[in-house]
Design a protein around this ligand. Structure first.
Ligand SMILES: Nc1ncnc2c1ncn2[C@@H]1O[C@H](COP(=O)(O)OP(=O)(O)OP(=O)(O)O)[C@@H](O)[C@H]1O
Length: 408
């Protein structure tokens, strides 16, 4: 018996493959090929074993932690594997594609706007899940409110918001990006970018930050994981879940809460200050981001979150490695000053020697291409196979997917 595996569920949904009988599941088997899918075995006999797509699983509201009934694990020899069907699905005017990534709030999928033919990304939020996350609903509302008013080339654009009351879901339609800076860093052996590439991204980050701060918005969670790239290498600041709009009538930028990622938090937050300058939090975390992009390391490390925050709260950061350009070392030291008042403003950073001069690409260095964990090298649209299924389903017997997409 394996309590992790199963929970008895029943559903009057048409499952599987359109049969309207009640499908009672006796086994849920973690998938072999794709983390999105589960294999269900139930009362429709051995042949009822089938793949469910994400939305069917979401609609069934499987809760694998909630093990109120236990069943035997199926022997792998008894499992019938079938390739996943790409069933075309539309949300409003958008055609859904594959999952691009997943955050703590929900999945992000690719979509195609059927009217403008623009590629989009959609964050799918479920009300029930949001309620389980501390400040979940509040953070999403804040993110929507802020993104609705922000418009800048280096800030992710919220294109549309769709609500589905029946399913208790919310769809945040955004600009489509092909990569996350953090994934790109992790894909390299040294976990860093050539200085020339880091410079390119850092100057775009400064442009985005200058705009945000000018609009009275502090992000409070700047890190490579929240910096996306479009196919044409445009950097987009994303994830405004913990961002804050400052009081328009106050000359100060005082903030009272910090919920960002620990490794990028400044000493004042690590030490539990009750109020602090929001803008200087963004400067610090942009400094940690630059440190990380150019060295592959962090200025503070710790075995766990508590030790890490203790280290940040206690001391000066590890000095930047000697092999960095002296001007870059000097900029990092300035941005990572313990005293927030001593950290530079975005405008001062812009005037810094390292920012003003564009470092060359050294021999032996290669530029890291945008990539995500899901997309192929050419970043082809994942919506296409769903459209093929919709329009040429029967042709699948005669042609391979490649032939359907590219011709014979
Ligand atoms: N606009 C986008 N275009 C393409 N992919 C995206 C887009 N937004 C998010 N993604 C992908 O979806 C993943 C999850 O994004 P999301 O913003 O929900 O969470 P996160 O910031 O990674 O995590 P958390 O919300 O837990 O901080 C990203 O890591 C990225 O791979």
């Amino acid at each position: 018996m394996d309590p992790r595996m199963c929970r008895k569920i029943s559903s009057s949904e048409s499952l599987p493959d359109g049969e309207n009988e009640e499908f009672e599941v006796s086994n849920i088997i973690a998938p072999q090929e794709s983390e999105e899918n589960f294999l269900l075995e139930g009362n429709l006999g051995r042949h009822s074993v089938t793949w469910l797509d994400d939305d069917q699983i979401e609609d069934l509201d499987l809760n694998l932690d909630h093990t109120n009934l236990f069943f035997h694990r199926v022997d792998s020899a008894d499992i019938i594997y079938r390739s996943k069907k790409k069933k075309c699905k539309m949300v409003g005017k958008y055609v859904m594609g594959d999952v691009l990534g997943e955050g703590s709030y929900g999945k992000v999928k690719e979509m195609l706007d059927s009217e403008t033919l623009c590629r989009r990304a959609v964050k799918i939020l479920k009300k029930r899940k949001l309620r389980r996350i501390p400040n979940g609903e509040q953070n999403v509302q804040r993110e929507i409110q802020l993104l609705r008013i922000l418009r800048h080339k280096n800030v992710i654009e919220l294109v549309d918001v769709i609500y589905n009351d029946e399913k208790q879901k919310m769809y945040l339609v955004m600009e489509f990006c092909v990569g996350v800076l953090q994934d790109m860093l992790e894909s390299t052996p040294s976990k860093k970018f050539p200085q020339r590439q880091a410079h390119e991204y850092f100057t775009q980050l400064l442009d985005g930050l200058e705009y945000l701060h000018g609009q009275g918005v502090v992000h409070k969670d700047i890190k490579p994981g929240n910096l996306l790239l479009t196919l044409d290498q445009m950097l987009k600041i994303t994830d405004f879940g913990v961002a804050e709009a400052l009081d328009m009538f106050s000359p100060e930028d005082t903030c009272y809460t910090g919920q960002g990622s620990p490794a990028f938090q400044p000493p004042e937050i690590a030490n539990g200050a009750e109020q602090f300058s929001g803008i200087k939090v963004d400067i610090w975390s942009s400094g940690v981001t630059l440190y990380n992009m150019t060295t592959g390391r962090y200025p503070f490390e710790g075995d766990n979150v508590y030790r890490l925050l203790e280290a940040i709260g206690r001391g000066e950061p590890a000095p930047p490695p000697q092999n960095l350009a002296p001007t870059l070392q000097c900029l990092l030291i300035h941005m990572l000053k313990r005293n927030p008042d001593e950290r530079p403003s975005v405008q001062e950073i812009r005037r810094h020697d390292w920012v003003r001069s564009r470092p060359p690409l050294l021999s032996g260095e290669t530029v890291v291409g945008p990539r995500s964990r899901r997309s192929d090298e050419l970043h082809s649209s994942t919506v296409v196979p769903y459209l093929v299924e919709r329009h040429y389903a029967s042709a699948h017997h005669f042609f391979t997917e490649r032939e359907l997409r590219h011709g014979k």
